[in-house]
Design a protein around this ligand. Structure first.
Ligand code: KG4
Ligand code: ZN
Length: 428
């Protein structure tokens, strides 16, 4: 406990733990059995911790999918000032926030640690310094509360969140688009994923953030508190000539589901530099064509995402991997908050016979609830729930972690020619 003393004050510790609970559990087997019966008859409650990047999140969810409490502390504005996420700053901020975030989540649920059945924590993939804070604190709560520990894969959590709010049968297709990832996968079950495509370079949210910074969008007051992606979507909606800037179709010749966003990023940066030079713009001034540029680059990214997703659907349909009546596309991750992308994907889904499920935007960005829900899924299926104390203490974090098995080559070998369906109403 001494190792983690910086996390919690003694007063807080006493508040978290029922006095004498640990000895009580060890000494009375009869009481233990009675308690087990009690636990079996009620909904289990899982506390989830998320610290993989720049959000410190804690969510408390029961096995019925009811959110009992949640708190999120975003570091977004701090990192905005530094022009990007600085891992050491992110780690320190998680360390400063983690205790209060978890305490507040418990308080908002009107629960104490003793009421929690297991602790679930993101342990991969992500920024190691950030992940380490969540993992250390999660294990600490597991230790002082004598709770099982459930390590969580961040992308699996994004992929499964929608099942908390609506019934979605396995298997289904998932599109995960965020600041760190672009990924298409088949979700076979809670523990089994087949990756059809991932990004060769940048993630869509990452390029939106970089371009928004380069465009100085935060200097426009209505965008100043938004993430880069949000700002670009809002700016794009104000475009008067969305086809003014030309972005060549991206990687249409490659018959796979791999993503690339570097070309769109570089072209955007070149357009910005060119306009700044031509119009002699510097300092905090913004190029006059900012809205048209945002619309064009958003369209380029959306068309690319749609084409890759359409090929994934055609792969599933051709191979009959999911029965016709069950075919569903779930979209998640921070970029899934984008309404323009959602509308485009809805069109692709209706053309290809897929039901479209959009994870509720408030659960798309990183949060503790999605980690708690993944904990619930694992708890219910009894998969990856660690009860052995020594084993729990051995859990470490991983910077990189693929999502399940790679089927990237399988898709490539299927050699599916694919022309993007007409995105009627969006573009022609
Ligand atoms: O999933 P998330 O919270 O964190 C990661 O795991 O990356 O995603 C954050 C990303 C940011 O890059 C942000 O710019 C992007 O999601 N984002 C959006 C929108 N809202 C957030 N991108 C496009 N359109 C949006 N409306
Ligand atoms: Zn994420």
């Amino acid at each position: 406990m001494a190792k983690c003393a910086y996390f919690l004050s003694r007063k807080t510790l006493l508040e978290f733990c029922q006095p004498g609970r640990l000895t009580f559990l060890r000494t009375s087997n009869r009481t233990l059995n009675a308690m087990r019966k009690f636990t079996d008859d009620r909904q289990a409650v899982i506390l989830g911790i998320e610290t993989s990047c720049d959000d410190t999140g804690c969510g408390i969810v029961d096995t019925a999918g009811k959110i009992l409490g949640e708190v999120i502390n975003s570091q977004h504005l701090t990192h905005l000032k530094h022009g990007g996420i600085i891992p050491t700053i992110a780690g320190n901020m998680h360390r400063q926030q983690i205790t209060a975030v978890c305490e507040d989540a418990l308080r908002s649920a009107n629960l104490k640690l003793r009421d929690i059945d297991a602790i679930a924590t993101t342990t991969k993939p992500g920024l190691p310094l950030s992940l380490a804070i969540g993992n250390t604190f999660g294990k600490y709560l597991s230790r002082i509360g004598n709770k099982p520990y459930i390590p969580i894969h961040h992308m699996e959590a994004h992929a499964l969140t929608a099942r908390m709010v609506q019934e979605i049968d396995f298997p289904y297709l998932v599109l995960l688009v965020s600041g760190g990832h672009a990924l298409l996968a088949i979700v076979e079950n809670v523990d089994k994923f087949y990756t059809l495509g991932t990004t060769l370079d940048n993630a869509p949210g990452e390029i939106f953030d970089k371009i928004a910074r380069r465009l100085k969008l935060a200097n426009i007051s209505e965008f100043s508190h938004m993430s880069g992606g949000q700002a670009i979507e809002s700016a794009a909606s104000k475009a008067t000539d969305p086809t003014k800037f030309v972005f060549e179709p991206v990687m249409t010749g490659k018959r796979n589901c791999q993503f690339t966003f570097a070309g769109t990023l570089n072209r955007s940066l070149r357009y910005i530099s060119k306009q700044e030079k031509e119009l002699d713009i510097d300092g905090s001034t913004i190029i006059p064509d900012v809205y048209n540029l945002c619309a064009a680059l958003q369209m380029s990214a959306v068309k690319h995402i749609c084409l890759r997703t359409q090929r994934a659907m055609e792969f599933i349909n051709n191979m009959n991997l999911i029965s016709q009546e069950k075919r569903t596309l779930v979209m998640s991750g921070g970029v899934a908050c984008n309404n323009f992308l959602a509308k485009a994907l809805e069109i692709v889904c209706s053309e290809k016979g897929f039901k479209f499920v959009r994870t509720p935007p408030r659960l798309c960005n990183d949060n503790g609830v999605m980690i708690a829900w993944n904990g619930v899924e694992r708890w219910t299926a009894n998969l990856g729930v660690i009860r052995d104390r020594d084993e729990i203490e051995m859990v470490t974090v991983e910077k990189k972690a693929p999502l399940g098995e790679s089927w990237i080559e399988r898709v490539q070998n299927a050699d599916i020619k694919c022309k993007l369906v007409k995105l009627k109403g969006l573009c022609d």
